[in-house]
Design a protein around this ligand. Structure first.
Ligand SMILES: Cc1cc2nc3c(=O)[nH]c(=O)nc-3n(C[C@H](O)[C@H](O)[C@H](O)COP(=O)(O)OP(=O)(O)OC[C@H]3O[C@@H](n4cnc5c(N)ncnc54)[C@H](O)[C@@H]3O)c2cc1C
Length: 429
């Protein structure tokens, strides 16, 4: 017999919103989402959702794929990695093959409209803004959530989709666990959005071409420059990044950094034209920019404790070099929603969470680790690759385990683990 299972999602970013979108179709799940901000609105930048995330959206259902399309996602034909410094400046390091027909390698989308689309058809009585989770009370049974405004909510399952500073992660791991909080990678990044015509005038038609839309990453010396097209071809995202060795070695607790024009000019002065010209024209017209330091989570020993679990950045915040943080969130939503959809009682839902942890933790932690090394390579800092184009010949293969995953097989593996747990065949579950 199926009884209603009360699910509370804390955090209304891409992870929480995509999970809610996937869960509302199950009539036996009574799902509510709680967001600390005054409204459900993503202030973050654009991101790429690669083929693996697109497959997860497809399996969540046609409405999820439509969200991507309606948000103005621009499918990239491919990604090119170029050497931008030294003897080989201007040469191609590696590139992905053109997209599989009907399935782009990656689609670039603005987070804000994507989030709006994911939440567009959700009944408003399921969505609760201005609800910041403070603590929980859970003793052998339902979980009571306590919010900072003094209100409470009771549920059977609590999903922490509350981002890099996750409260639920600390509840699951314990405040004393070193993995409960993120660490600074030392990398910093700043991003501007430019009108298509202006970016094309600076970078040239070959690099900024809506009919042959590609993402470019230009590998320099302790620097990387990246550009891609979004918003149905109306905007170009122009990103620069570098590494702050002082912050990296001292593990400083900085989240933001001002980057002056002189520093930018110094980092990119040896980049070949038209890149150095574009940096001048697009970034050097104001005295300084605000950059973000790039943080990541150390590996957690678990994503689950009893009726509580974490997903998205709350579980596996990562440096952005694999462009996979949002994609992992969407994958989490697909697997977790499938398992919770299969659960018939609150007790079965506990087994669903354990199966989720079993399949998702190894994959997502591998991506976080690989992203760190990929960042070193992209900034020309990796001892093995340096700035030698020959050493980058199989660079794109670093993405294979992320992109080429068979999502249906991944789901089936999760379901099998859950079934074994429900039958008592898997004693760990
Ligand atoms: C520079 C950069 C580039 C990136 N590029 C890519 C890319 O190309 N491709 C890609 O896939 N990913 C990329 N990412 C990663 C991606 O943006 C994130 O992984 C993704 O947005 C995480 O979504 P989330 O919902 O888990 O977290 P968030 O978006 O942080 O959402 C968490 C939500 O929880 C709320 N919250 C927090 N605490 C509480 C609380 N106590 N109570 C209630 N609510 C709470 C917050 O207000 C927030 O709305 C990039 C990230 C960065 C920093």
């Amino acid at each position: 017999m199926t009884s209603s299972i009360r699910v509370a999602i804390v955090g209304g970013g891409v992870a929480g919103a995509s999970l809610l979108h996937a869960l509302v179709k199950f009539p036996h799940l009574d799902v509510h989402i709680f967001e600390s901000a005054t409204e459900f609105k993503d202030a973050g930048m654009a991101f790429g959702l690669a083929r693996n995330a697109q497959a997860a959206l497809q399996l969540i259902g046609p409405s999820a794929v439509q969200c991507l399309e309606r948000a103005g996602a621009v499918p990239m034909k491919g990604v090119r990695f170029m050497i931008a410094h030294g003897d080989a400046a201007g040469s191609l390091a590696d590139e992905t093959a053109d997209a599989v027909p009907g399935k782009s390698l990656t689609s670039i989308v603005h987070r804000a409209p994507f989030l709006q689309e994911l939440l567009a058809d959700i009944p408003r009585d399921r969505m609760h803004a201005s609800k910041k989770l403070e603590k929980v009370d859970q003793k052998n049974g339902p979980v009571t959530l306590y919010f900072t405004d003094g209100t409470t909510h009771e549920c059977d399952i609590l999903v922490g989709a509350d981002g890099i500073h996750s409260t639920v992660r600390k509840l699951i791991l314990g405040e004393d666990d070193a993995a409960a909080v993120p660490r600074n990678s030392g990398g910093w990044l700043l991003m501007t959005l430019q009108p298509f015509d202006k970016a094309q005038a600076s970078l040239g038609q070959e690099l900024v071409d809506i009919d042959n839309a590609r993402e470019y990453s230009w590998i320099g010396q302790n620097a990387v420059l990246l550009h891609n097209i979004l918003s149905n071809g109306e905007q170009v995202q122009f990103v620069i990044a570098s590494n702050d060795t002082e912050v990296e070695s001292a593990h400083l607790d900085h989240w933001q950094r001002n980057v002056g024009v002189d520093e930018i000019k110094k980092l990119f002065k040896d980049y070949p034209p038209p890149l150095n010209k574009a940096v001048d024209e697009l970034l050097c017209n104001v005295p300084e920019h605000k950059a973000l330091y790039l943080w990541e989570h150390p590996n957690a020993r678990t994503y689950v404790s009893g009726p509580m679990c974490i997903m998205g950045d709350a579980a596996h915040s990562t440096t952005p070099w694999h462009g996979s943080g949002g994609g992992m969130s969407v994958e989490d939503s697909f697997i977790l929603s499938t398992l919770l959809g299969r659960a018939r009682t609150p007790s079965e839902a506990l087994t669903a969470l354990k199966a989720y942890d079993r399949v998702r933790r190894p994959r997502t932690q591998r991506i976080v680790e690989s992203s760190r090394a990929t960042g070193e390579m992209l900034m020309g800092r990796h001892a093995e690759t340096g700035l030698d184009p020959k050493k980058f010949r199989s660079f794109c293969a670093r993405w294979d385990f992320i992109i080429e995953i068979d999502m249906e097989k991944h789901r089936d593996e999760a379901l099998q683990i859950m079934e074994a747990g429900l039958k008592g065949e898997d004693t760990i579950l």
